[in-house]
Design a protein around this ligand. Structure first.
Ligand SMILES: [Mn+2]
Length: 391
């Protein structure tokens, strides 16, 4: 008998699918949250027959279970932990631990890609194009490589995963991987994925108009309330407002706070760590503690939302040699223009500020952080110019 305890996200379920392809009815798969895994491991070690081959993938166990697993292994039991998270690297000290973050070619791994490789090496599963393609989509999604590669199939695979139940997803994928030459979505799946995309786009558009800006512990945060689509939101809002260090997403129902950044020089796992949470460099979270509640909810509730830059201008353009015109909620007019060949300057209501900037981006960042201005529409720009002429 085989048993697989794995994560309940796409990468974890990818492992479940591979295990079922390899072992069929001989394997029992249990999907777990980070919090529930240790209970399951303990249960399995206590109640499952001693000759059960136990796989743990995409998650790692606490110290107590680590000792129990080591003891089981020493007794001749079959235990195998396969993971790709940096924090799990110490498990490589055990013979039953196999943790790889990056393969020999420098490619980031996922639990599904590591288990696939393992099963093939052990001759427990034979490789096929369809399975290889599926595994690669899961890997690209889990490592966020899909973003860089604009791999829409990887993104859609994850979206589908959350649209249907785990059981349904498993069943669909297993029969498809068994019978198809190549991985594909069927007509029905493509339809619901398209519908979901339209819905997500509308949701994000609405959220873009609700973002407020706050300086918290020396970093600039964009704060928004949202119960779902956190990754997409963090990404879209981060790109729309690159002057912000990170996006803080408040999930009031869940009493949680998520952090996302698009910047390489910002580590949101440290931001979350300050509030007792954790996670990855670019995506993290914490419980909404009293301190976090004060900083992100109480202190920002009265703020007005940021306005987006005009996007369809033909005259009032960014980096214009004649200057780009911004305005803010206090009706200040801010002009960002070249001071000379290499520097940019800011004028606020016709008064030049002392500081100069080495690039347009730097000037705009300062403008947006300190004055919260947005690039005004052509119509308003023309009106402004006419008023100036009249003066
Ligand atoms: Mn994973």
């Amino acid at each position: 008998m085989y048993k697989l305890l794995t994560h309940n996200d796409l990468d974890g379920v990818g492992c479940g699918i591979l295990a079922k392809l390899a072992f069929g009815k001989q394997v029992k798969v249990r999907y777990n949250s980070v919090a529930s895994l240790d209970r399951e491991v303990e249960w399995s070690l206590t109640n499952d027959p001693k000759d059960t081959v136990l796989f743990i993938t995409d998650l790692s166990v606490n110290d107590k279970n680590k000792e129990r697993l080591e003891a089981r292994f020493q007794e001749g039991g079959k235990v195998q932990l396969i993971d790709h998270h940096k924090t799990a690297l110490p498990f490589n000290a055990h013979e039953w631990g196999h943790v790889v973050v990056e393969d020999e070619e420098g490619k980031l791994t996922s639990a599904t890609s590591l288990l696939y490789e393992y099963l093939i090496n052990q001759k427990l599963l034979s490789a096929s194009d369809a399975i290889t393609e599926f595994v690669e989509l899961v890997r690209q999604y889990d490592t966020w490589e899909w973003e860089k590669n604009d791999n829409q199939s990887a993104r859609r695979l994850n979206a589908l995963f959350y649209l249907i139940s785990i059981e349904e997803f498993e069943e669909k994928m297993i029969s498809r991987l068994k019978s198809s030459d190549h991985f594909h979505f069927d007509e029905f799946e493509n339809k619901i994925l398209d519908m979901e995309e339209t819905k997500t786009e509308r949701y994000i558009k609405r959220k873009r108009r609700q973002l407020v800006q706050a300086e918290v512990n020396g970093l600039f945060a964009g704060v928004v309330y949202a119960e779902s689509y956190h990754s997409e939101l963090g990404n879209e809002l981060g790109k729309e407002y690159p002057h912000l260090d990170y996006i803080a997403i408040l999930n009031m129902g869940g009493k949680r706070l998520g952090f996302r950044t698009i910047h390489n020089n910002v580590d949101v796992s440290a931001v979350a760590g300050h509030f007792g949470g954790g996670g990855h460099v670019k995506a993290s979270g914490c419980v909404l503690t009293e301190e976090a509640y004060k900083l992100f909810v109480t202190d920002t509730f009265h703020l007005e939302s940021l306005q987006e830059d005009a996007k369809r201008n033909r005259y009032n353009m960014k980096e214009s040699p004649f200057g780009s015109l911004y305005k803010n909620r206090s009706d200040e007019v801010i002009v960002l223009s070249p001071a000379n060949n290499s520097t940019w300057m800011l004028e606020v209501d016709d008064t030049k500020i002392e500081q100069t900037f080495n690039s347009f981006e730097e000037g705009e960042k300062y403008l947006k952080r300190n004055y919260q201005g947005w690039l005004i529409k052509d119509d308003d720009f023309v009106r402004y110019l006419m008023d100036q002429v009249k003066k």
